[in-house]
Design a binder for this molecule. Structure first.
Ligand SMILES: Nc1ncnc2c1ncn2[C@@H]1O[C@H](COP(=O)(O)OP(=O)(O)OP(=O)(O)O)[C@@H](O)[C@H]1O
Length: 496
C-alpha cells in the first residue's frame, strides 16, 4: 500500500508540531523518519495511525483519501503503530494481549454488538506468526514478565494478525538486546519483501543506514529533505541539525581518591540476587554498566542511591559509611539519581517545569516565592536549552526535553551521580550535549555510574566497565581494553 501524507498541519496550542508535512511511503519499502528531539516525528506518525487528529492536510492510501479518526480506523485501513513504550496490558497473558481488538460477531439480536474470540484458533495463529518471524514467545506467560523486546515482538505479530500492511516502528531499538534487534530487522525486511511497508522512526543513524531504503528528515515541524540510503552520515547530520557536530572528549580519570566503595554486597529483588565482592569507584570516574536489561545493573544503581537496602555488605561513599542509612541521608550526602522512565520515576505528570523547580528548592520557608522560583525555572530552561516554558507541563515536552528537564533538576554539586540510560530517546545533538554536561560534572569530582543498552555509548564515555550477566558481575575492565564485540560476548555470559 502506498501512503501519501499531503500538507499535514498540527498545532498544540502555540506549538506548530507539524507544518505542512508531505511525504510518500512506497509499498515494499522501509522508510526512515529522522529529526532532532521535538522535530515533529511522533506527531506525524500519530496522525497517520489515528492517535491524534490533524488540523489540516490529507492522507491517501493507494491514491484514495483516507478518513482516519481513531487507531481502530487506521488498523482497519492497514496501518498499525508500535509505540516506544508498547501499549499492552501487562497483567494479562501474552495470548490474551494477542486477541485484544479482534473477534468475530457471532450473535444477532440483543447481543449483536458482542464479539467472540476462538482462543484455540488464536493460539494456532499466534504460534504460526511467532515461528515465521523467529520470535520465541510463550503465549501463556504474563506480559509483565516479558522484556521490552519481547513486548515489541508480541505487538508486531498482533498488528500483523489484524491485517496491518504498513507498520510504524517508533524508536524500536532502544532497550532491546542485540539478538532481538537482529530478529526485528529481519522481520522488517521480510515484511518489505512481501510488499508491506515499514516506517522506522529513529535517532540512530547506524540503524537507519542498516535497515532503510530511504529517509525523510524533519526539523522544527517541517520536512527539510529526503535521502536515498546509503548516504554519508555527514549529509544526514547536516539535514537533521543544519550544522556539524563535535564529539565531547572525556579525559581519562586518574584513579586517586575513592568515592564509592562496596564490600561483600548482596542485594535482591523478587527476580534476582546480585553479589558484588568489592568495587571501588574513584572521584571523577565514569563507570559504565553493560548487560541485558534486568541483569542487575539497576539493582546496583538503586543500592548506591539509597533507594534499596543490601541484605549483606558495606557501602561507603566519600569516606562515610552509608550502609543501611535511609534515602534522605543519601540525598544529603550529594547522591543524585536519574531514572530511565522519565514520566514514571523522574518527573511528575500534570506539573509544570516551574512546579518541579519549586519541589526541588530546599524548603526553608512554608511559603512559596513564586516570582523567584519562576526566575529559577527560566534560568534552568535557558541553561539546559529546554524547548518549553516555565508553565509547560512536563508530559507535553518531547522526550529529549523531558530528559533535559530531569538533568536540570539534579543538584549541583554531587558526589555520586547514578544514571539509567542517560541518553535513551535523545537525538545525536542532545546526546552530545548531555555528555558534555556530565563530563563537566566529572571534572569537578563527581563520580558517575550509568547503565546503557547502547554499547557504543558505554565504550565511548566510560573509564571502566562492569559487565552484568544474570546477577554475576565482572571485574571492572578499562574501556580502552574492550571492543564492542568483546563486550557483546561478555554480556552473553562469557566472562573469561
Ligand atoms: N500533546 C501535546 N501537547 C502539547 N505539545 C505537544 C504535544 N505533543 C507534542 N507536542 C509538542 O510538539 C512538538 C513536536 O513533538 P514530537 O513529539 O512530535 O517530536 P519528536 O520529533 O517525536 O521528538 P522526540 O524525538 O523527542 O520524541 C514538540 O515541541 C512537543 O513539545
Amino acid at each position: 500500500m502506498q501512503i501519501e501524507l499531503q500538507q499535514i498541519t498540527k498545532r498544540f496550542g502555540q506549538v506548530l508540531a507539524n507544518d505542512q508535512v508531505s511525504m510518500t511511503v512506497q509499498a515494499g519499502s522501509i522508510h526512515g523518519l529522522l529529526g532532532e528531539n521535538g522535530a515533529g516525528k511522533s506527531t506525524i506518525v500519530k496522525v497517520l495511525s489515528g492517535f491524534i487528529s490533524r488540523d489540516s492536510g490529507s492522507v491517501l492510501f493507494d491514491g484514495e483519501a483516507a478518513n482516519i479518526k481513531t487507531p481502530a480506523d487506521a488498523i482497519r485501513s492497514g496501518v498499525g503503530m508500535l509505540h516506544q513504550d508498547p501499549l499492552d496490558f501487562p497483567p494479562l497473558s501474552v495470548l490474551d494481549n494477542f486477541v485484544v481488538g479482534r473477534g468475530e460477531v457471532l450473535a444477532k439480536g440483543l447481543f449483536s454488538g458482542l464479539k467472540f474470540v476462538n482462543l484455540d484458533r488464536a493460539r494456532q495463529e499466534f504460534l504460526r506468526l511467532s515461528e515465521t518471524f523467529n520470535f520465541s514467545l510463550n503465549p501463556d506467560v504474563r506480559v509483565a514478565d516479558l522484556t521490552v523486546g519481547e513486548r515489541q515482538q508480541l505487538e508486531i505479530i498482533r498488528l500483523l494478525s489484524l491485517g496491518v500492511k504498513t507498520l510504524i516502528l517508533d524508536e524500536p531499538t532502544t532497550g532491546i538486546s542485540a539478538s532481538q534487534k537482529t530478529a526485528l530487522f529481519e522481520a522488517a525486511r521480510r515484511l518489505a519483501a512481501e510488499g508491506k511497508s515499514v516506517i522506522f522512526v529513529s535517532h540512530k543513524l547506524e540503524d537507519v543506514e542498516e535497515l532503510c531504503d530511504r529517509v525523510t528528515v524533519m526539523r522544527a515541524g517541517q520536512v527539510v529533505g529526503h535521502a536515498e540510503i546509503p548516504c554519508p552520515d555527514s549529509v544526514l547530520i547536516d539535514l537533521i541539525f543544519g550544522k556539524e557536530l563535535a564529539l565531547p572528549i572525556k579525559p581519562r580519570t586518574q584513579q586517586s581518591e575513592p568515592m564509592l566503595e562496596l564490600d561483600g554486597i548482596v542485594v535482591k529483588d523478587d527476580r534476582l540476587t546480585l553479589k558484588v565482592d568489592t568495587l571501588t569507584a574513584y572521584k571523577g570516574e565514569v563507570i559504565g554498566l553493560a548487560g541485558l536489561e534486568g541483569s542487575g545493573q539497576q539493582l546496583l544503581l538503586l543500592l548506591c542511591a539509597g533507594l534499596m537496602r543490601a541484605s549483606a555488605g558495606r557501602i561507603e561513599i566519600d569516606a562515610l559509611d552509608m550502609t543501611q542509612k535511609p534515602y534522605p541521608a543519601y540525598l544529603k550526602h550529594g547522591i543524585g539519581y536519574s531514572p530511565a522512565d522519565r514520566l514514571k520515576d523522574g518527573l511528575i505528570r500534570g506539573l509544570s517545569i516551574h512546579e518541579h523547580v519549586i519541589l526541588r528548592q530546599p524548603n526553608q520557608s512554608p511559603f512559596i516565592d513564586w516570582k523567584a522560583t519562576h526566575q529559577t525555572a527560566l534560568e534552568a530552561i535557558a541553561m539546559f536549552n529546554i524547548r518549553g516554558k516555565p508553565h509547560s507541563h512536563v508530559e507535553r515536552l518531547s522526550g529529549g526535553n523531558q530528559q533535559r528537564t530531569q538533568l536540570a533538576l539534579l543538584p549541583v554539586p554531587l558526589n555520586l551521580l547514578l544514571m539509567e540510560h542517560p541518553t535513551r530517546g535523545l537525538d545525536i545533538e542532545s546526546t552530545l550535549w548531555v555528555w558534555q554536561q556530565l563530563i563537566a560534572r566529572c571534572q569537578t569530582g563527581t563520580t558517575i555510574l550509568f547503565m546503557s543498552s547502547d554499547l557504543d555509548e558505554i565504550m565511548q564515555y566510560s573509564d571502566r566497565v562492569l559487565v552484568f550477566s544474570g546477577g554475576e558481575v565482572s571485574e571492572p575492565i578499562a574501556a580502552s581494553e574492550l571492543t564492542v564485540e568483546k563486550l557483546g560476548q561478555m554480556i552473553g555470559g562469557r566472562f573469561e
